[in-house]
Design a protein around this ligand. Structure first.
Ligand code: PEP
Length: 239
């Protein structure tokens, strides 16, 4: 099973800082026996970061894209231009976009379909809020989030990231057992070979169990991917 370490730099770095971090990662990441490393800088840094990583083993991803290929959508970013700058992956349905920017499943489904049609590999984020977890609705929420966007074709290109909303940026994580339980639920519904990642406050000191799990295909990392030291430690836990 391929394993992935995907860095979501969110809106935390300038273009200059993104390039500097990409350069450090390029210098420090071994080319053998490692998980697939994907870095997702802010959209305006993609082009320059692509130059920095060049033809190294590090791959480029975007944090979002529009649901239209072209159109009158002021401020949106087209998947066509993501491809043009060399992005191969795109994060879709991140909880910050669902919750702060009111992204709904119709938009996410259209984005997913477009990404697949253009050959970008979607990293679809799903996860329950704290109140949903406390109400015992985790499984129902995850299944609904999947069902409402799942396409009929090319599903083998999709990566799912299980990211409990209450664990993102809070220092709290689910236990390995809980993450594996949700991964099993996702695979039972959508296919045993589907790569399911865990995301939510992954750090060098808690990566061990997640990295070694044979039920998880890696991690999506926010805060701890913003420094080369911590992200390299996370990557090395897979080796
Ligand atoms: C994320 O937002 O995708 C994420 C996993 O963030 P953090 O690692 O900071 O919790």
């Amino acid at each position: 099973m391929d394993k992935f370490c995907i860095a979501n730099w969110k809106m935390q770095l300038t273009i200059k800082e993104s390039c500097q971090l990409a350069k450090e990662l390029r210098e420090r990441i071994d080319f053998f026996d490692q998980p697939k490393v994907v870095i997702c800088p802010t959209a305006t840094a993609l082009s320059e970061v692509a130059q920095v990583i060049g033809n190294s083993s590090i791959k480029l991803g975007a944090q979002n894209m529009s649901w239209l290929e072209r159109g009158s959508l002021t401020g949106e970013v087209s998947a066509l231009t993501l491809q043009e700058v060399g992005a191969e992956y795109v994060i879709l349905g991140h909880s910050e976009r669902r919750n702060y920017l009111r992204e709904d499943s119709m938009m996410i489904k259209d984005k997913l379909l477009l990404a697949l049609r253009l050959g970008l590999r979607p990293v679809l984020c799903v996860g329950e809020k704290e109140e949903e977890r406390l109400a015992g609705a985790t499984q129902q929420v995850i299944v609904e989030q999947l069902e409402s966007v799942w396409p009929a074709q090319q599903t083998d290109k999709i990566i799912v990231a299980y990211e409990p909303v209450w664990a993102i940026g809070t220092g709290q994580t689910v236990s390995l057992e809980q993450a594996e339980e949700v991964a099993a639920l996702i695979k039972n519904n959508k296919g045993a070979d589907l790569p399911v990642l865990y995301g939510g406050s992954v750090q060098p000191d808690n990566i061990g169990a997640f990295a070694q799990s044979d039920k998880l295909a890696g991690v999506l990392v926010g805060g701890a991917s913003l420094q080369a030291d911590s992200f390299v430690k996370i990557i090395n836990a897979f080796i």
